[in-house]
Design a protein around this ligand. Sequence first.
Ligand code: DP6
Length: 367
Amino acid sequence: MISAKDFIPSKYTHSVEEGNFQWSAPSNIALVKYWGKKDNQIPANPSVSFTLNNCKTITKLAFAKKDISTALNVTSNSFSFDLLFEGQPKEDFKPKIQKFLERIEIYLPFLAAYHFTIDTQNTFPHSSGIASSASGMAALAMNLMSLEKALNPEMTDDYFFQKASFLARLGSGSACRSVKGSVVVWGNHANIEGSSDLFGIEFPNAIHDNFKNFQDTILLVDKGEKQVSSTLGHDLMYNHPFAERRFAQAHENLDQLISIFENGNLEEFIKIVESEALTLHAMMMTSMPYFILMKPNTLQIINAIWKFRTETKIPVCFTLDAGANVHVLYPENVAVTVLQFIKNELVGYCQNGQYICDEIGNGALLN
Ligand code: DP6
């Protein structure tokens, strides 16, 4: 089994003075949710997600070796980087990046030897309530791996992507599912070969055509700052009265999804996905302190989807992440009808009528 130690590199064979890379990495939407973690970003239960295609972060990483006199003084944590968001310096993002670099330095020992300029932008509107930490951390991890590959060109592609996901996880857990593949599993699961708590893997078994080009229309219900961050929410799963049962349930749901992905049973798919979304929010409502991230319009949308599904028998469902926005999931062959339904009946519940059409994608790309 692969352990974290396997990602500590031996001596690099090449030296690189300066250069730049640019990677884009997508967001992802979990079907079985990651909610609760142990030390070092180890998930309390396995999760699985669809990789998105349009919602992504594009990050350019420029790097230049520090001069020798500074380099000699290099000690751990003495990272030097500038951070730009949409071309403008963004000081308030820096502490998160600083912490990320500290966490991953043991795996990328070259970090303190360079000055970095990290220039990042999202394709989705700023403060849309769409988490940019998954796509953002994944895009940064890809760039850092490109630099490590330049220092060690012998590196295999498998190692490259696995370590990129491993590093992204240390930035934000769900980010490890934004690296490679369209259906990604993160976390040990007895019946999924190669699954690991340390990184995401492409779902290795058969996937029915019903899930090819699956659509995700994201309804922006509330774009405000969340009252409770995901990181805090995860912590509240410690000593949560239902935690152990919930973690076991995630294993069971993933087990069921293995057959559902293979046989294409959308009715069963919907049951698991909607139950997971509501369970996630049930965990929030039953932690101490308790909190609610759904808004009245979140519930209006859920009810409208249920009514539409009952009346039309069209296999459309919802999922939620840690916020009020609703992800509407449906197969490509019903896209025209569902989009019309969204425009007619759901857009009124969105803040400023805003929604984003996305679909399943393939992971990070070198631009
Ligand atoms: C509800 O990955 O944002 O979206 O590891 O603390 O950065 P950190 O948390 P994060 O949590 C995501 C939670 C979720 C469910 C999921 O994506 O699986």
